[in-house]
Each structure stands twice: as structure tokens, then as C-alpha cells.
Design a protein around this ligand. Structure first.
Ligand SMILES: [Zn+2]
Length: 238
């Protein structure tokens, strides 16, 4: 990679330091418990103990590929775990998204990065699906960005904000497959100054349901000449 790419606004090590301090202070008052078995975790950045992590249901290896197979912007797709309503994967995803614990994203992202590496796909940079500014302000962080950091770390490549939102979108949760596509169609654009031609970019998100969000995120990157791969922590309904 020769030309400059936009860096994340806060240098990654400062972000990690700040989160580490915050988690460390919180850990003094509230020990961090495994979201699966409630055993005490030595590292407050973790969501699960090693036993629960190993026991999570893996997603059907071909399901993510099947969901995005018809999309010309997407070269390959990986999902790590099967989203289990009422189960541990759902608890982990909720803690990451709504639990005010963005640091969870880093170790989870590392696990996803390992899954991507085992597929043999080579990646030059990792990009999160951008959150709308309102939602980011409301939540205080983008869980996708911390996931992207972990994925990038395990692949030994940079995490870069290569995408921006062009307009707000509704939550996808209650929408049909057709409405999900309509909701996010054209909602993402290449970040100003991002040069991705000829690069292999991995776009990451927490949950893959119909693939509409990841496909809409992949499009501006593919149109700018990148080869786009997508990866999600969990696959819903697969
Ligand atoms: Zn556990």
C-alpha cells in the first residue's frame, strides 16, 4: 500500500489505552463475569471464558457464501458463529452492541480474523460498516469499529474507516428481506480520500442476516476497484 488512506480519528493505541483504563476501573467495582457461565474473567475485555468460547455454535460454513453468492460486489463471505436466539451468541452480541462494553469487540474480532485467515483469503485492510452519526453519538461508540480493530489485529493489517453513511437508515431488525435491501441501498459511500483500487478489503459487521447491509457496504468499495470480502461474527437464521 503506497498512497495514504484515512486513519481512524483516534490513534488505535490511545483508544485501546483509554478503554483499558475504563475497563480496569470498572473491574475494581464490578468483576467481569463470563456471559456464558458467569465465572470470573481475569481480563475485563473478554466476553467469555475459554470453555464457553470454544463451545459456541459455529455457523454453517457455506451459509454466508450462499447468502451473498449473487452479489457481484462481494468476493467471499464468512460468518463465525450461529446466532442463537436466547443463547450465548445473542448475549455476546447484545453486550457488544448495547452493553456499553466496546472493548469486547477486540477479542471477538480476533476470533473472527482467525476464521477469515483459515479460508485462505488474503486481505490488505479491514473496514467496519459505518454507524450513523446519531446512533454513534447515542451509543458513544461503533461496535463494528472495535470488531474491525480485532480482526485487523489478527490478520496483521490496518483497520481503516473506508466507508461513510450518505443518509440515515432505519434499524433492519423488524424489516422484511426486500425492505432491508431498500433501507440500506445507496446508504454507504467511499470515505473522502480513500483509495482502494486493487486492494483486498474485508468489511466486517456483527450479525449477518440477509446480507443487505454488507452488500450495500461492499458496493462503493467494489465500484472504486477493490476486491471486497465480508465477514460477520454471527449468522442469523443459518
Ligand atoms: Zn464461561
Amino acid at each position: 500500500m503506497t498512497s495514504p488512506l484515512p486513519r481512524r480519528r483516534l490513534p488505535a493505541h490511545l483508544g485501546r489505552l483509554a478503554r483499558g483504563l475504563a475497563d480496569g476501573l470498572a473491574g475494581l467495582a464490578y468483576p467481569t463475569l463470563c456471559l456464558g457461565c458467569e465465572s470470573r474473567l481475569p481480563d475485563p475485555a473478554d466476553a467469555l471464558c475459554a470453555t464457553c468460547l470454544r463451545g459456541l455454535p459455529r455457523a454453517d460454513a457455506e451459509a454466508a457464501t450462499r447468502l451473498l453468492a449473487g452479489d457481484p460486489a462481494v468476493d467471499s463471505a464468512v460468518a463465525l458463529w450461529a446466532y442463537d436466539p436466547g443463547g450465548i451468541v445473542r448475549r455476546v452480541q447484545h453486550a457488544l452492541k448495547y452493553g456499553g462494553r466496546p472493548a469486547l469487540g477486540v477479542p471477538l474480532g480476533r476470533a473472527l480474523g482467525l476464521a477469515v485467515a483459515t479460508t485462505g483469503v488474503r486481505i490488505d485492510a479491514v473496514a467496519p460498516v459505518p454507524l450513523s452519526r446519531l446512533r454513534a453519538l447515542d451509543r458513544g461508540y461503533n461496535q463494528g469499529a472495535t470488531l474491525a480493530e480485532g480482526v485487523a489485529d489478527s490478520l496483521g493489517v490496518p483497520a481503516l474507516d473506508l466507508l461513510v453513511r450518505t443518509r440515515p437508515t432505519r434499524s433492519q431488525a423488524a424489516l422484511s428481506a426486500v425492505d432491508r435491501r431498500r433501507n440500506v441501498d445507496g446508504a454507504f459511500a467511499l470515505a473522502p480520500g480513500a483509495r482502494v483500487a486493487g486492494r483486498r478489503v474485508l468489511v466486517v459487521d456483527d450479525v449477518l442476516t440477509t446480507g443487505a447491509t454488507l452488500a450495500a457496504s461492499a458496493r462503493p468499495l467494489a465500484e472504486a476497484g477493490a476486491r471486497v470480502h465480508v465477514a460477520a461474527l454471527a449468522l442469523a437464521g443459518g
